[in-house]
Design a protein around this ligand. Structure first.
Ligand code: FES
Ligand SMILES: [Fe+2]
Length: 382
């Protein structure tokens, strides 16, 4: 790993992009899981994936399997998706309204809070307890988590600074747009989810999201009403950067217009912002809807993009807005699909030994540079 870490460090000093190996080396993917993701906060799913008590969903990310559960009190919990007995993966398929988590191997049963409830036949046929084995010591391995704007963030090593300190700078930026009650006014749309898999390293999807430079070429439709000339970028915070646009026009959407966020800044009615929250949450903040794209790294060259839409109050599920929600969802789907070829093309380019990390042009590529510097700073701690 040392040569790659040295190359990352050199990229900082020579003002180049990250070296090819951080996109193409399978072994570096393991380094990222342990040294980049585990010590910080990153996103793995949505509260709307498990909306009611007893709902569960498996999340495969970074080569590990996790379990999101909505417990009986409505609290969302995250566990490692593994049985404490002989280590079978606990949950394969999502399920709804379960009373407990039951292992499919020997039927050990866990409460929704992760504690071990039942160990059938553990002391012999028909004997469900046994001397010398205390179930209290064998609850599920819990993962520290925090739900923000219905996004489930986790910290797998348990030692990161409080979530609030990670997200506070972004919150303060967004408050200038959507006011103090912004996120509280939103709710996830049950029909607003979509998944896409891309054949690329997760970082290239972040990099693509950070710039509007490709808009006229890759997104001619979007560029016709949200042109490059109306975009600006920001890259002065630690854990996020992004772009914004001054010409967002909600009325261009088909169907009944969805309601605006109640606290939205009236001086910025046509402003929308698109921050990438490092490492893997991409946000779209508009006055009539909010979207989130999570990047779930599956391997060093495969990434699952999961998108969820949120609307103000009843517009998230009211059938009268169904056509609007569909139009917005499909509009974003086609934009994100246009990005897939660009991102996959960059992954292919990273296999070229002549490519040296590229150049950050002074205006268009500064948010991308910010992400590379954020990444390199974490590698330097290793
Ligand atoms: S591995 Fe789960 S009950 Fe045995
Ligand atoms: Fe794009």
């Amino acid at each position: 790993m040392k040569p790659i870490l040295d190359a990352i460090e050199a990229s900082r000093h020579f003002d180049r992009g990250l070296p090819n190996a951080v996109y193409t080396e399978p072994g570096f993917f393991d380094w990222e899981r342990e040294r980049l993701f585990a010590p910080g906060w990153f996103a793995i799913g949505f509260g709307g994936d498990v909306p009611t008590a007893g709902d569960m969903r498996r999340v495969d990310v970074l080569g590990q399997s996790l379990l999101m559960v909505r417990d009986g009190d409505g609290t969302l919990r995250v566990f490692h998706n593994v049985c404490r007995h002989r280590g079978r993966r606990l949950l394969d398929e999502p399920c709804r309204h379960a009373a407990a988590i039951r292992c499919p191997y020997h039927a050990w049963t866990y409460r929704l809070d992760g504690s071990l409830r039942g160990t059938p036949h553990v002391g012999g046929a028909g004997v469900h307890q046994v001397e010398g084995f205390d179930p209290a010591g064998f609850g599920l391995f819990s993962v520290r988590c925090h739900v923000w704007c219905d996004i489930v963030f986790i910290n797998t090593d348990g030692n990161a600074a409080p979530f609030e300190s990670y997200i506070a700078p972004l919150e303060s930026r967004l408050e200038a747009l959507w006011g103090d009650e912004g996120p509280a006014a939103l709710s996830p749309a049950p029909d607003g989810f979509m998944d896409m898999e891309v054949a690329s390293n997760w970082k290239l999807a972040v990099e693509n999201y950070l710039e509007a430079y490709h808009l006229p070429v890759v997104h001619p439709g979007l560029n016709s009403y949200s042109p490059l000339s109306a975009h600006y970028s920001y890259h002065d915070a630690t854990d996020f950067a992004g772009q914004g646009v001054l010409s967002y026009r909600p009325a261009l959407v088909a169907g009944m217009p969805p309601p605006s966020l109640p606290g939205w800044n009236t001086d910025a009615l046509y402003t929308a912002e698109y921050p990438a929250v490092y490492p893997n949450a991409l946000l779209g903040v508009q006055n009539d809807h909010f979207f989130v794209m999570l990047l779930l790294p599956l391997t060093h060259e495969r990434t699952l993009e999961r998108v969820a839409l949120q609307f103000v109050g009843g517009a998230s599920s009211d059938p009268r807005y169904a056509a609007t929600r569909r139009a917005i969802r499909e509009g974003w789907r086609s934009v994100f699909q246009e990005d897939v070829a660009a991102v996959e093309g960059m992954q292919a380019g990273r296999r070229c030994p002549a490519f040296d990390g590229g150049v950050f042009t002074p205006v268009q590529d500064q948010p991308t540079k910010h992400f590379h510097r954020w990444f390199a700073a974490r590698a330097a701690c290793d």
